[in-house]
Write a protein that binds this ligand. Structure first.
Ligand code: ADP
Length: 316
């Protein structure tokens, strides 16, 4: 990981993507409006937002596939619009729809793609082997791509994006449509790339348990940045922990809470209290102990964060 000494002696990681005041319209619709954020090198970065929020437009601009109307973007130190070839050399992109040929074997697919990067002979062989090893598909190289399972295909798609050893890997909903076990396998592969190879991973996802594992999240809504921070920071700000109480005698418990001016909502046979801080549960539990039969503290989740910021469920 690369650190730069800050003038005040603080250390921070090198920015590998800098997006400044990015805007893009389609006719009179502003798909992206004045979006700014940075991605630090080696990070697992989650770019979140409801459908139509502007995620694809932003990513396609950063990846040089779309020309923005305004803004300055630097990728791996290269300026978008001026050094697009260098940017393309620096990034690997895994699209939602695979670009591999179903009739060719995985090895043929990867070799063909590698040749597009002018890799030949021994170099090409090595690139295919390395990409296959990183995604754990070495044993699948001789199989036709079309005969692989969903998770295996996804890993082969990721291998394709790694052939030219990019510094940044873009993944658009890499685990959507996979069953939970397969999703976990693909997710583990992505995490391994980040952890073991120091790859910067920029992804969009509809799974908040994946966003939970990101180092940093940016949430966009209506083409604008609605929030940014680590999952911890976002949860602190947008999702409250909840204390659920079960009373030996519910009426007594209610009376006790009302006397102490503690606001609760009734949820089935439980009373739920929103906590400002997790530790506030202690004082309430002490007060309620004589009339209490049981309790749970439920941590605020990234789903709550998403709902809190956008007013929408992620899978709407
Ligand atoms: P997301 O990836 O978050 O779902 P998009 O970037 O695809 O969002 O879209 C952002 C907005 O731009 C939406 O309102 C969408 O309808 C509009 N949009 C996207 N692509 C086009 C296009 N090619 N022509 C017109 N409008 C578009």
């Amino acid at each position: 990981m690369v650190y730069i000494e800050h003038t005040k002696g603080e250390r921070y990681m090198e920015k590998i993507i800098e997006v400044n005041h990015l805007s893009k319209s389609y006719g009179d619709v502003w798909a992206v409006k004045d979006v700014s954020f940075n991605v630090e090198q080696g990070m697992l970065f989650a770019f979140l937002g409801p459908n139509g929020a502007g995620k694809s437009t932003t990513i396609n601009s950063i990846c040089t596939f779309l020309k923005p109307d305004k803004g300055k973007v630097l990728v791996n130190g290269y300026k978008l619009g001026e050094q697009d070839g260098k940017i393309r050399d620096s990034i690997g992109v895994v699209f939602q729809e695979s670009v591999l040929d179903r009739l060719l074997t995985v090895e043929e697919n990867l070799s063909l793609r590698g040749s597009f990067y002018n890799l030949r002979g021994k170099e090409l062989k090595e690139a295919v082997a390395n990409a296959a090893a990183a995604t754990e598909i070495g044993n699948l190289l001789k199989r036709p791509y079309g005969k692989l399972s969903g998770g295996q295909r996804r890993r082969a798609d990721i291998a394709r994006a790694l052939l030219h050893t990019p510094k940044i890997l873009f993944l658009d909903e890499p685990t959507t449509g996979l069953d939970p076990q397969t999703r976990k396998n693909v997710w583990d592969t992505i995490k391994k790339l980040q952890r073991e190879q120091g790859m910067t991973v920029f992804l969009t996802t509809h799974y908040m348990e994946e966003a939970e594992e990101a180092d940093y999240c940016v949430v966009v809504d209506n083409g604008m940045v609605a929030a940014k921070g680590t999952p911890f920071e976002l949860k602190e700000q947008y999702a409250k922990d909840k204390l659920s109480l079960k009373g030996k005698n519910m009426e007594q418990l209610k009376t006790m809470l009302e006397e102490k001016n503690i606001v609760y909502t009734k949820k089935a046979d439980l009373l739920e209290i929103e906590l400002k801080n997790t530790m506030d549960a202690m004082a309430i539990l002490k007060e309620a102990e004589p009339v209490l039969d049981g309790f749970t503290v439920v941590k605020g989740s990234m789903d709550d964060v998403f709902l809190g910021i956008t007013g929408k469920e992620i899978r709407e």
